[in-house]
Design a protein around this ligand. Structure first.
Ligand code: 7PM
Length: 276
C-alpha cells in the first residue's frame, strides 16, 4: 500500500492530512491574506509542524461561479510558492491544477502529487501528468465551476461517480500512467446537491473497492453549512466530524484548512485501528 511522492513514501492504508495553501487572490476561507510567497511558505511550514503529510498548492479558484484563470497567471501564482516550499519545508507538495504547463513546471520545482479537479480532462493533461511520473488525484466534477451548482441531477450518484472515475482511470492507464500512481476523489461539492454529497459520504466504502486510494475534501464546504446552518468561519466542528467519518471509512488523504485539529481527530481513528 506504499505510494511514492517525489521520493517520499507514504502508506496509503493509513489516513493522512493534506493542508490547503491557497494562492488565489480570492481564496474564500482566508480572504487572500496568504497570497504572497512568504506567507504561503509560513503557512505550509506550520501545517507540516501540525502534522500534515501534504500541502496542496492551488492558484485557480474552483469555487462555484469562479472565472477561469489565464495560464500565465496561474504559473505566476503557483510556481514561486511551490519552489519556495520545496526548498524549505519537508513535505509532499500537491499541485491543485488542470493545466499541463503548470503540472510540468510544478514537477520540475519539486511537487510530489498532481491534484486535478478535472481528472486530467484538459487537452494534453494526461500526457503532461504521465511525463512527470508523479501520482495523480482524479476528481469527479459534474459540469464546470461556473455552472456546476445549478440543480445537478444524477440517476444514481454513487454509481455515476464511480463509473466516471473508472473511465478516467482507463484513459490514464491507456496513456501510460501506472495504476499504482492513481488516487480517486468523489469531489464533494462539485456539481452536487446536499443529498448527493451525503450519499457519497455514506458510500465511501463502495468507492474504496475500486482499488485506488481515496482523497476527499469536505473542509468548511457548503454541504456542512447546509447541515449545521453555520457560516463558513463556524464550520470547524462539522469539518472535524466529516474528516473523522472519512478516516473511519479508510480514506487515505483528507484535504483540510484546519490541520492541527484534523490531525488530532485522525489520530484517534488511527489509535483505534492500531488496537485492532
Ligand atoms: C472556493 C470553493 C474555493 C471551493 C475553493 C473550493 C477539492 C479540491 C477544492 C476537493 C480535491 C475547497 C474548494 N476542493 N481538490 N480542490 N478535492 N482533490 O473547498 O474536494 O477547497 S477547492
Amino acid at each position: 500500500m506504499l505510494m511514492t511522492f517525489a521520493g517520499r513514501e507514504l502508506d496509503m492504508a493509513r489516513s493522512h492530512v493534506m493542508g490547503i495553501v491557497n494562492v488565489t487572490p480570492d481564496s474564500f476561507s482566508d480572504g487572500g491574506r496568504y497570497n504572497t510567497v512568504d506567507m504561503a511558505v509560513q503557512r505550509a511550514r506550520q501545517m507540516v509542524a501540525d502534522g500534515a503529510a501534504f500541502v496542496d498548492v492551488g492558484g485557480e479558484s474552483t469555487r462555484p461561479g469562479a472565472e477561469p484563470v489565464a495560464e500565465q497567471e496561474e504559473l505566476d501564482r503557483v510556481c514561486p510558492v511551490i519552489e519556495a516550499i520545496a526548498r524549505s519545508v519537508d513535505t509532499v507538495i500537491s499541485v491543485d491544477t488542470s493545466t499541463p504547463s503548470v503540472m510540468r513546471e510544478a514537477a520540475n520545482l519539486g511537487a510530489g502529487l498532481i491534484n486535478d479537479v478535472r481528472a486530467l480532462e484538459r487537452p494534453g493533461a494526461v500526457e503532461a501528468a504521465m511525463e512527470t511520473g508523479l501520482p495523480v488525484c482524479l476528481m469527479h466534477m459534474k459540469g464546470a465551476p461556473g455552472t456546476m451548482q445549478a440543480d445537478p441531477e444524477y440517476r444514481h450518484v454513487v454509481r455515476d461517480v464511480a463509473t466516471y472515475l473508472m473511465d478516467r482511470v482507463r484513459h490514464c492507464e491507456a496513456a501510460g500512467v501506472s495504476a499504482d500512481k492513481v488516487l480517486l476523489d468523489p469531489g464533494f461539492g462539485f456539481g452536487k446537491a446536499l443529498e448527493h454529497n451525503l450519499q457519497l459520504l455514506a458510500a465511501l466504502e463502495q468507492l474504496q473497492v475500486l482499488g485506488y486510494p481515496l482523497l476527499v475534501g469536505m473542509s468548511r464546504k457548503t454541504m456542512l453549512g447546509h447541515i449545521t446552518g453555520r457560516d463558513v468561519g463556524e464550520r470547524l466542528p462539522a469539518s472535524l466530524a466529516a474528516a473523522t467519518i472519512a478516516a473511519l471509512k479508510g480514506v487515505s488523504v483528507i484535504r483540510v484548512h484546519d490541520v492541527r485539529e484534523t490531525v488530532d481527530a485522525v489520530k484517534v481513528v488511527e489509535a483505534m485501528r492500531a488496537q485492532g
